[in-house]
Every structure is written in C-alpha cells, then in structure tokens.
Ligand binder design. Sequence first.
Ligand SMILES: [Zn+2]
Length: 432
Amino acid sequence: MKHVFSLALATLLLAGCTAAPADSSESSTVVTAETAAAQAFTGNGEPLRLLQHGDEKQYYTQESLDDSSTMILYHVVDLQSGEDTIPCDVEGCTHDSESCPAVTTQIPSYQPFVLNDSTLLVLSGMNHSTRSSFITLMDRNCQNRRVLKKLEGVDLFLDPNHMYTDGDFLYCCGYEKNTALGSTLYTIYRIDLSDGTTTNLTEHFYNFQYMMGAVGRDLVLQQENLTYPDTFGNPMTTVPSHPTGTKSQVLLNVDTGEVRDFCSYSSDDYVLDRLYFYVIGGQYYWIDSTAGTLSTVGPATGESRLLTDQLPITEPDALSAEYQYQMEANLNGWLVFYDLPLLVNAETGEVRQRADLPENLWNGYGHQPQIFLQLKDRLLVDCRYESYTRTDISDDGSPYTTQTEQMYLGLISIDDFLNGVPNYTEVCKGPY
Ligand SMILES: [Zn+2]
C-alpha cells in the first residue's frame, strides 16, 4: 500500500518528537539493519521453538465460567491416560468461584503454553481499554502463579500463536495503538524468563510487516510494499486486478538484532496476491499457486529450491485460494495442507495422494481434522462435533439461544492421520 506507506511516514515525521522514540524519525519505517537495535549478545545457540499448549504429557485448555467471561477455569488433559482434570485439590469445591485454585480472573487470557517440564506460560490482559499485557508463569499444576512481565499499553494478543523460546528467553510481538501517530506500532521483544528483563529487538515498525516464523535463531519477518488498484476487492468489478510492488522477507537475528534480506518477490515476476509463504518446523516454503509450485529457501544460501510443480494450479484471476494451500505441518517428513488432497515430501519433493479422514462437519461446513498439538508420534486434532443449544445474553440483557456445535479433541497417531484411519482417542472439549 504505497500511499498508506507514505501517509504513515508523513504522519510520523509530523509527530516527530512528541510520541515517537528519538530514532524512529528516520526516513525508513521498515526494519533494517540501521533501525534494528544492534546489540552484542551471545544467546545459548538453541534453535527457536514455537510454544504449544501441551507436550507429550499434558494438554492445557480452559473454559469460560460465565456469560460475561470474568472467570476462566483451567483444564489439564493427561495425554497418556486421556483423563481431563481440573487442577484443584480443594475438597468439595464446585470450581465456579475465585476461591478455586483452578480459576483465574486475569482475563482475557489465552490457553496456557508449555514452557518446559516444570513451567507454563500464560498471556493475559488487564482489559481491552488499557491494552496492557501480562506474561505470567505458573507450575504445571496451574498453581504458584507469578507475573514475569507487565507490558504497559502493549497488546500481545494480535498473534499469540507466534511465541518462541530458546529455553532462556521468550520472543514475541506486541502492538500499541499510537493515537498521536494514528498508527499501530509493533515491537518484537526478547524477555528473560528468569527475571523478566525485556529488550526491544526492533524499534517500532508498522502493520504491513509481521512475524511469520523462526528459522534457527532468526525470526522471519514479512514486509510488503504494495499498491492496490482501486478495483481491488470490489466484487462488482469485472476487470481482474492485483497489487503491484514487492513482498519480501527479512531475517532478524535474535542475538545481534542484525537484519538480513532473505527473499523478495516483485509484481514484475509474480502475481503477488497468489503467492503464499509459510515457515514450518524451522524451514521456509513458498507457493506460487498460479504455477502450482512449492519451493524452499535455505537461510544460509538464500537460494530457492523447487520441491515440486505438481500442486493444483489456481488461475490468477480466480478467487484467492490461500486457505486451500495453507501449510499445516511437517509430519514424518511429509508436508500437509489445509485442503489439498496431497502430501509433499519435504526433502525430495515427491508428491503422493493424501488419504482423507472422515470430514468434520461444523455448522454445515465440512473440513478435515485440524492439528491442535503436534507430538512426536501423535497429534491432537478436532475429531468430533456435537450439536447443542447455547444461551447468550444480548446487549439489552435478554437471553437468546443459538444452535451450534461443540468441538471435541482427540489423539490420533501420525501414521493413522496420514493414512486416513479415524482411530481417535477422544480426550476433551475443544477450546471453542
Ligand atoms: Zn476447585
């Protein structure tokens, strides 16, 4: 969005010294080697790992206890026995008040993440108006809660599915509404898990950039510099139109703050809104849906290697099929997609048909089971939906009912998942 880019820059320059940090009046609003904080720091060398809501032993979920969502009850699902338990040892407790040790009133709150064998990590916010975020640590039984860090005026909920750790630090992205600048500002943080000391790995950057994943000790940031035609997204238009400009990715090293160019795609060469980019298991992939190609790029060489040209082709002017190509996981070396009936070998590029599992039907829409937790040999997926009538309270205080479906999660072996064998062990209700 070229004109938005320029507007943001002009506003930034106008706002100048009032709200912006001293060095963000530089003429570049993208993260570059110049704007990234240059810090000599020696990390522990471990590759960055995406936080999940469980591990081989347990899965952590929660339910809202009341219509106004002022209390949340934690659930711990034992992934060996399949037992869904409430982490409360108070005799006779009905688990519906603040006095229950399994209840939290720190909301909104996101499902606990497993940090390591002894500790969980929880993101929560004070409320929507202050947009401050808390990062809280607690023991694996959801007790001994202690705030690691409060980030004033920062919302970490924009993309809570991109939280990374190397065991010593948490790496995450927060955003702030800056009314003076009229923009949303993003910052990538490195937070010391031992004492909450927080370092900004980037100075503020803007909403046409976002974190896509991690490769080794680099975070992959996508940057867009696009101009959209006036007809873009207009369903009445008969003339197809696509944005022009570039989409690119840079690598941000979490130890040094150094930013390196990684991949760049120009509208001179590609239909940019038909390219899709993914980082799965520490590896970067890109799909050109108009050519039916899937490629990978090594972070050291920057060279793109074609894995296959056997993906289904989407005509440039067909509706975006991003969800269809959405890459879900690397399972035993095979890349799995949200809605493509095939698997691609991540090394050789060999393509084979995927044996579908019975579809899940949710409110009339069918979909293949989705992966909620990836373990060594097993997956936690949505395996069943059950109709029920939910009662909600409308704005004027009157109750109304909705017919909807409750999701249930189950364990399945990776082999059964890939071979379409619906051999599930159901373990708990889904988070929504
Ligand atoms: Zn209780």
